[in-house]
Ligand binder design. Structure first.
Ligand code: NAP
Length: 333
């Protein structure tokens, strides 16, 4: 069995049967393994809750290629590139657009899977093409933005986990750039803020709110911000006039899950060494020796309290891997 604690940022003690590291496209074409398997990037959105009785496939493909066109830059990055290093590299070359997405943990290949987004910008806006190895059909595929079926923190890849191994992503970054600063705290910047000032601000805020996984193991936001009907929101507003929410579409609103957790006094909860992060309640942390069982119990307890108090069923944003593959958590009974 192979140790996985250092391969996911929550650092839970867990092992897998086999581990394959992919360093080239040739190795991708020769991939051969049996079920169950799990595709892993930097492990910043995956928690191995217990020993996984299968194969973990780690994508380590590297390389960035930039083409300057008349009105845009076409940038292709291999899936194993670190996301923040990629964003920083573009910034250094004065290629604008990705600055709101600075410091999101993980790899380039993971970015399309959950259509990462922050401070009013989604990566799907810039994605021109995703190249992937179709594991079932054993062939290469090139997918357009439409093919990827991007939605809020969602995509075709997320709907069919394990079907495609993303090997590279091509982004189109228009030269006609405009700052996106309507989200707090970027709205403190001037209307004509530079991409560099946005990049710096995003890093400053994230470093203040989010624990560094190298110091305190965590996987960023543990739960999704729930989207609820406006009818449910109305009833919650009667109870909690200061609840934090934003319109999602005509009939639904997005509620800040961190606000709910904090407001319900759940910040002090812990199970063993699994706890709620004091600076941003949406993040769960491993204080030292948390186990998968500790994390599951803590998450289920939070889900139960939130459901009882608000009627909202929180869903984990992170991926949880058990003995035989992905597992779903339900609120504690
Ligand atoms: P936050 O800024 O406290 O925001 C909490 C929630 O409020 C998010 O759902 C956010 O929308 C929403 N929100 C805030 N201002 C808004 C506005 N002006 N209009 C519409 N919605 C608004 O969140 P945080 O946890 O500290 O995270 C900071 C940013 O990083 C957020 O944008 C968050 O979504 C993002 N993030 C992304 C990922 C990921 O891609 N996997 C993981 C963690 C955090 P959005 O959901 O549209 O951002």
């Amino acid at each position: 069995m192979i140790e996985l604690a250092e391969r996911h940022t929550f650092k839970l003690p867990a092992k897998c049967r086999t581990l394959i590291e992919l360093n080239s496209s040739d190795e991708v074409e020769q991939l051969a393994f049996e079920e169950p398997y799990y595709l892993l990037g930097e492990g910043s959105n995956t928690l191995f809750l217990e020993d996984f009785q299968g194969t973990v496939v780690c994508n380590r493909l590297l390389g960035v290629c930039i083409e300057e066109l008349e009105t845009s830059f076409l940038v292709t990055a291999a899936a194993g590139e670190n996301w923040h290093n990629f964003v920083t590299d573009l910034r250094g070359r004065n290629i604008d657009g990705m600055e709101n997405l600075a410091l999101i943990p993980g790899s380039v290949g993971a970015a399309p899977v959950q259509n990462i987004g922050a401070y009013g910008v989604e990566v799907a806006t810039f994605i021109e093409q995703v190249t992937a190895w179709d594991i079932s059909e054993k062939c290469w595929v090139s997918m357009s933005t439409e093919d990827c079926q991007f939605a809020y923190r969602d995509s075709l890849f997320k709907q069919h986990p394990g079907r495609w191994l993303i090997t590279s992503v091509t982004f189109r970054l228009p030269k006609d750039w405009r700052p996106v600063t309507h989200y707090s705290p970027l709205n403190q910047l001037s209307d004509n803020a530079s991409a560099q000032s946005i990049f710096d601000k995003v890093i400053e805020v994230r470093q203040k709110k989010l624990p560094d996984p190298k110091v305190i193991p965590n996987a960023g936001s543990f739960f999704k911000n729930p989207v609820v009907s406006n009818a449910l929101l109305e009833s919650l507003l009667q109870k909690w006039p200061d609840i934090v929410y934003f319109p999602a579409d005509e009939s639904r609103s997005k509620v800040a899950a961190g606000w709910l957790i904090e407001h319900l006094g759940l910040k002090s909860l812990n199970e063993g060494d699994a706890a709620v992060n004091p600076n941003q309640a949406l993040v769960l942390i491993n204080r030292a020796r948390a186990t998968g069982a500790d994390v599951s119990q803590l998450a289920q307890k939070i889900m139960k309290h939130v459901k009882e108090a608000s009627g909202i069923e929180l869903e984990p944003e992170v991926r949880l891997v058990g003995k035989h593959g992905l597992v779903q958590l339900a609120a504690e009974k």
